[in-house]
Design a protein around this ligand. Structure first.
Ligand SMILES: NC(=O)c1ccc[n+]([C@@H]2O[C@H](COP(=O)([O-])OP(=O)(O)OC[C@H]3O[C@@H](n4cnc5c(N)ncnc54)[C@H](O)[C@@H]3O)[C@@H](O)[C@H]2O)c1
Length: 344
C-alpha cells in the first residue's frame, strides 16, 4: 500500500476495503455513517453486509442538488447521526461531492472520509477538498473547500465499473498530463492500446496495471492543489477544459469526463487561434483523447449558446473569465479573457 499525507488528509492507495478500519482505527465501524452509491451498494453488497447506518445515494448528476441533499440529511437525522458522527462516502465523484458537502454543513461540520469507486473519483474528484453541488443545472455553484480525513483507494471496485465510466476517468487523467507533464502524456500515448484493453474487460483483467497512471494522476492533482487550496492561483489550472466542459455538461447532459474532453478541444482551438498553441501539439492532444475513445468533435456545438452558460460559471466575473490556455503539452497558464474574445 502507498500512503500519501496531504495537508490534513491521509491517502491510502491500493489497499483492500476490508482492511479500511485497520488504517482509520480512531473511527468505530459501527458508529460511522455510510453514504454509498446505489450501484456500488447493490453490486458489492457482501462488503457491507455487517455495516449499519447505510444511506443509499442515487446514481446520477441530479443527486448533486439541494433536493437530494435535503433528503439525505433527513435520513442522517432519522438514523441518529450527531455532531460526533463520522461520515464515509463510498462511490464516484457524485457521491464524494455530496458526502463532502453534507458532512461540511451537517451540525456545523462533522469529519468525513472517501472511498472512491470510479477511476475519475480515484484520480481526481476525491482529492483536493472541493465538495460542490449544482443549482438550477449550474455546475458546482454551491460548495465548500474542506478536505476529507482520508481517501482510501481499493482498485478492486474498478472491476465492476462500466467501460464508458473508465473513459470519463481517462479524460481527467489526460487533463492532468496536459497541464503538467509531457512525460506522463507520452506514457499515455505509448500505452493507450494496453490501457484500453485492460478497461474493456475490467472484470477479467489485471486492473492493478492501472496503478502507475492512478498514482501519477493523484500526484499531479495534489501538487497543483498544494499551497493553493482556495484556488487563488495555480489551482485554477485544474479547470483546463472545464469552462466549455461544464457548459456542455450542463446544457447537453453529457457525462462529466466526456464533456471535459470536448472542453479540452475547445480550449485548445482557442489557444491555437490566439497564437499560444502550435497546431501539431493541438493535434497530438486531440489524437490522444480519440485513442481513449473520448469525444472530440466540437463542430455541432453552438459556441454562442455555450457562452451563456460560461457567463454564469464560477470562473467568470463580469465580462471576464479566468480561462486556462495551453501553450505546450505539460504547460498551461491562466489568463483573464473578455467573453467577447471567446465569441470572436
Ligand atoms: N470535487 C472535485 O474536485 C471533482 C473533480 C472532478 C469531478 N467531480 C465531479 O465528479 C462527478 C463525476 O464523477 P464520476 O465520473 O465518478 O461519476 P458518478 O459518481 O456519477 O459515477 C458514475 C457511475 O458509475 C457508477 N459506479 C460507481 N462506482 C462503481 C463501481 N465500482 N462499479 C460499478 N458502477 C459504479 C455510479 O453508480 C454511476 O452510475 C461530477 O459531478 C463532477 O462534477 C468533482
Amino acid at each position: 500500500v502507498k500512503e500519501i499525507n496531504h495537508s490534513n488528509s491521509s491517502i491510502y492507495i491500493n489497499e483492500s476495503f476490508e482492511n479500511l478500519f485497520d488504517y482509520i482505527n480512531h473511527i468505530k465501524k459501527e458508529e460511522a455513517f455510510y453514504l454509498i452509491d446505489e450501484n456500488v451498494l447493490s453490486i458489492h453488497k457482501n462488503l457491507f453486509s455487517n455495516f449499519s447506518n447505510i444511506i443509499s445515494i442515487p446514481s446520477g448528476e441530479e443527486t448533486k442538488s439541494i433536493r437530494y441533499v435535503n433528503n439525505i440529511i433527513g435520513k442522517l437525522i432519522e438514523l441518529g447521526a450527531n455532531r460526533k458522527t463520522f461520515i464515509i462516502g463510498i462511490g464516484g465523484g457524485v457521491t464524494c461531492d455530496v458526502t463532502g458537502f453534507i458532512a461540511s454543513i451537517f451540525m456545523r461540520g462533522v469529519n468525513f472520509g472517501f472511498v472512491p469507486t470510479t477511476l475519475l473519483a480515484m484520480t481526481d474528484a476525491s482529492l483536493g477538498g472541493k465538495n460542490g453541488i449544482n443549482f438550477n443545472n449550474l455546475k458546482n455553484i454551491l460548495g465548500v473547500i474542506n478536505e476529507p480525513d482520508f481517501v482510501f483507494v481499493d482498485y478492486s471496485f474498478l472491476k465492476t465499473l462500466g467501460y464508458d465510466e473508465f473513459l470519463n476517468g481517462f479524460a481527467e487523467i489526460i487533463k492532468h498530463a496536459c497541464i503538467s507533464s509531457s512525460n506522463f502524456f507520452l506514457h499515455l500515448e505509448e500505452n493507450a492500446n494496453d490501457y484500453i484493453k485492460i478497461v474493456r474487460d475490467a472484470n477479467n483483467s489485471s486492473i492493478d496495471k492501472l496503478h502507475n497512471i492512478i498514482c501519477e494522476s493523484i500526484k499531479i492533482k495534489l501538487k497543483v492543489v498544494d499551497g493553493d487550496k482556495n484556488e487563488l492561483n495555480k489551482r485554477k489550472m485544474l479547470n483546463y477544459g472545464h469552462s466549455f466542459g461544464h457548459a456542455i455538461e450542463a446544457r447537453h447532459g453529457i457525462p462529466h469526463g466526456a464533456a471535459v474532453s470536448l472542453g479540452i478541444v475547445f480550449a485548445n482551438v482557442l489557444s491555437n487561434k490566439l497564437g499560444y498553441l502550435k497546431e501539431d501539439s493541438l493535434n497530438r492532444i486531440t489524437n490522444l483523447l480519440e485513442r481513449y475513445n473520448l469525444p472530440v468533435d466540437i463542430s455541432s456545438f453552438d459556441k454562442k449558446e455555450l457562452i451563456k452558460w460560461i457567463e454564469k460559471d464560477k470562473k467568470s466575473s463580469g465580462q471576464n473569465i479566468d480561462f486556462v490556455f495551453i501553450q505546450d503539452i505539460g504547460d498551461c497558464f491562466v489568463k483573464s479573457l473578455s467573453i467577447q474574445k471567446i465569441i470572436d
